[in-house]
Design a protein around this ligand. Structure first.
Ligand code: ZN
Length: 247
């Protein structure tokens, strides 16, 4: 984990209601004295994730003393302009497949660039100076707007554009999905892992009828597969390794 944050920094977490952004919310609550959340309704097929947000916010603050006092307002912005821009398996009822350029058609071009731009505008209005996002370029779907260099460049552009120093923090950037479960465990122990397992939403197909060991979902879409694989790897790491008996 990075060193303790300077006193007084105020954070805005891009909070979708999924596993990664919930882990980031706990990470921010553990570091910053004031934390607000922002969510985006862009007509995503897995819109059920937005319904998870309020429950997660109300329950996460009970996990550690002091977190309730740190958690500030929630903001939900309507950005259905992304849906107007064209078909993606994330917003339209089309089968998930790989495009000619090698990216999955769940890629929504410009999505994270737009989200961070809107978050920076809100941060300007609200006097917040750290933006926290759950993007990762480890164990990911290959989206170019999740990459570290994209977000480093964006940090510079946004700070210049509002003429205030903004820091973009991405605590999961170099963590795989198993590491993300481990980070949640470090931050909030077994109760946070259980909250993430049962109350966050990841499945692209909006399926929440079956509870698996790793959480709710169809178990087949790319998002479910990544989440399930990471959970299994994390659980396997927790098992004590048998020691060789000295001969
Ligand atoms: Zn799924």
């Amino acid at each position: 984990m990075s060193p303790a944050a300077p006193a007084g920094r105020r954070a805005l977490v891009l909070f979708s209601g999924g596993q990664d952004s919930t882990t980031c919310l706990a990470w921010a609550l553990a570091r910053f004295p004031h934390v607000e959340t922002i969510g985006f309704d862009y007509g995503q097929r897995h819109r059920v994730e937005l319904d998870c947000r309020a429950t997660l916010r109300s329950r996460i603050v009970a996990l550690r003393p002091g977190w309730a006092a740190r958690l500030g307002d929630d903001h939900l912005l309507d950005v259905d302009v992304l849906k107007q821009l064209g078909a993606s398996a994330m917003t339209d009822d089309i089968a998930i497949a790989t495009q000619a350029d090698g990216l999955p058609n769940t890629f929504v071009p410009g999505r994270n660039l737009l989200f961070f731009t809107l978050a920076s505008a809100l941060a300007y209005r609200r006097g917040l100076d750290v933006l926290v996002g759950g993007m990762s370029q480890t164990d990911y779907s290959g989206y170019p707007d999740c990459r570290d260099n994209t977000l480093k460049a964006l940090q510079v552009a946004l700070s210049l554009g509002i003429d205030r120093p903004l820091t973009l923090e991405t605590p999961l950037m170099w963590r795989d999905k198993a590491d993300a479960w481990q980070l949640a465990h470090q931050l909030g122990g077994a109760p946070l892992v259980e909250l993430i397992r049962t109350e966050t939403h990841t499945c692209y197909l909006n399926q929440r009828s079956t509870l698996h060991a790793w959480g709710y979902g169809c178990g087949e879409c790319p998002a479910c597969r990544l989440r399930a694989q990471g959970y299994r790897q994390w659980v396997a790491r927790l098992q004590p390794t048998p020691r060789a008996i000295p001969g």
